[in-house]
Design a binder for this molecule. Structure first.
Ligand code: NAD
Length: 487
């Protein structure tokens, strides 16, 4: 089969280099099955080169004043804007999401970069005269070489959760893109170079399990940020922290929407349908389970109407690969076998002219019981599983019993109930009449429970704590101040 782009290479010290293993995986477009590229499975030797380059760049970069460092990100932001259409097209090609979803992803990358440019205003330390003539002062100091390991579902946005903040704060980075979508990250590297980032400050090493393990074990990597499934987040968190590294590992999700009978039907239905099907359901913030509290039949019928307006290949993208399509369809069949009712069925979807694409249509499953697999597990496809309860507390009990804790939403016009759910839901990000409650910058992103391991959040002000360490100095310059307990 002919290949659309050339073989992907690692990016080390500002240059493209071949991995030393000679092993590759195919990069296939979920849109239509086109072979886009081959991605190298790098070895620890390749990682060592990248870490050495980052380590060599660190003294110069970390000593560059932050007001100068963020100038690179002002330029990077302009370049993301200038190249938005091309970046979005590439994102769609390798990930399968629709073009307008890719545009939104690049726009979010721009917003994340904008936040990083404000870091000089946020990072000021503290200073206080703690006793006569004696001052205590804190400063945020960069960690050194850090690593960011990312998933397939946001080829540009998730790397940009970490790249601008970590680097603007003075660190040098190794990015390990998802082997399923390595191409967008390579364009980000080109733009960072064009923006004036010195060689060695940002590096990319491709690969899968072996390279992730090598990152967790590398003695010169100070911190590891991970975004992906809970299974791997646990492995990475355990291994990186066992090697005494700082680690923040974001995992999977099973987000619940609670819908009350007083919810505005049209708005609720549109939000539910958009939340469960956006990015083909491959979002850690997607609505996956819905709990009707009382009689909400009138809203469920509207959700079905909305779902039927969603057309695969038009306003619904592909799922990442054949295995994903099969897994999602298996979940739907299992629910049906267990007695649930499939109201809108996305199985066996084909898109004309894109027969090799991997599409699943929007799917609405009603009369789901809390012990069914579609109610408990992350499906990562355009599927909503509807359960029914009589009370808000029963709904909350189902939400709370789930091990994940990324997001939860409530649809109601009752402010008291909304506040009660904000208090009682066991999730890090809560929506009220909002289907995808992603906090916008400068508010930070991060779930609870099995959706995140480690302290703090990955974006916003919280990221300052993760990407820096505090230096505390106590100084006395004034002998006339006399002797006191600090002397
Ligand atoms: P994944 O866990 O399979 O892969 C993530 C990264 O880990 C990739 O770079 C991959 O190469 C690497 N990896 C895979 N298996 C590994 C192993 N056994 N050991 C070490 N490294 C391994 O995740 P994915 O399929 O790429 O992404 C989808 C998942 O990511 C979903 O569960 C989704 O909810 C989650 N996600 C979470 C968030 C969040 O903010 N919590 C955001 C985006 C995606």
């Amino acid at each position: 089969m002919s290949m659309k782009y050339k073989e992907t290479q690692n990016y080390v010290n500002g240059k493209l280099v071949n991995a030393q293993t000679g092993k590759f995986l195919d990069v296939i477009s979920p849109v239509d099955g086109t072979l886009l590229s081959k991605v190298p499975l790098s070895s620890s030797t390749d990682l060592n080169q990248a870490v050495a380059a980052a380590k060599a760049a660190f003294p110069g970069w970390s000593k560059t004043p932050i007001k100068e460092r963020v100038q690179v990100f002002f330029k990077y932001k302009t370049l993301l804007e200038k190249n938005l259409k091309e970046l979005a097209a590439l994102c769609t090609e390798e990930n399968g999401k629709t073009y307008s979803e890719s545009v939104a992803e690049i726009e979010k990358s721009i917003e994340l970069t904008e936040f990083a440019t404000s870091l000089p205003q946020l990072i000021t330390g503290e200073i206080l005269e703690v006793s006569r003539g004696v001052e205590c002062r804190t400063e945020h100091v960069a960690l050194g070489v850090v690593a960011s390991i990312v998933p397939f579902n946001f080829p540009s946005m998730v790397p940009n959760w970490t790249i601008p903040n970590a680097i603007a704060l003075g660190n040098c980075m190794i990015l390990k893109p998802s082997e399923k979508v390595p191409l967008s990250a390579m364009r980000l590297a080109e733009l960072l170079k064009e923006a004036g980032l010195p060689d060695g400050v940002f590096n990319i090493v491709h690969g899968d399990v072996d390279i992730v393990e090598a990152i967790c074990d590398h003695p010169d990597i100070e911190a590891v940020s991970f975004v992906g499934s809970t299974k791997v987040a646990k492995i990475v968190y355990k291994r990186a922290t066992a090697n005494y590294k700082r680690c923040l590992a974001l995992g999977g999700a099973k987000n619940h929407l609670m819908v009350l009978p007083d919810a505005i039907p049209a708005m609720t239905a549109q939000n539910v349908a958009a939340s469960m099907s956006g990015c083909a359901g491959q979002r850690c913030m997607a609505a996956s389970a819905m709990i009707g509290v009382g009689n909400i039949d009138h809203i469920i019928s509207k959700i079905c109407e909305e779902a039927k307006k969603i057309v695969p290949g038009e306003n619904l993208g592909a799922v990442i690969n054949k295995e994903s399509k099969e897994r999602i369809e298996r979940y739907i069949s299992e629910a049906e076998k267990d007695g649930a009712k499939v109201l809108v069925d996305g199985r066996n979807t084909k898109v004309n002219g894109k027969e090799n694409g991997t599409y699943v249509g929007p799917t609405v499953i009603d009369y789901v019981k809390p012990d069914m697999s579609v109610a408990r597990e992350e499906i990562f496809g355009p599927v909503i599983s509807i359960m029914r309860t009589n009370t808000v507390d029963e709904a909350l009990a189902i939400e709370n019993a789930n091990p994940y804790g990324n997001a939860a939403s409530v649809f109601t016009q009752n402010g008291g109930i909304a506040r009660y759910i904000i208090d009682k839901a066991s999730a890090g990000m809560i929506g009220v009449n909002v289907g995808v409650p992603v906090p916008r910058e400068p508010f930070s992103f991060g779930g609870w429970n099995d959706s995140k391991f480690g302290v703090g959040d990955i974006t916003g002000k919280s990221s300052i704590e993760f990407w820096t360490k505090l230096k505390k100095s106590t100084t006395k310059w004034n002998p006339e101040a006399g002797i006191n307990w600090m002397s």
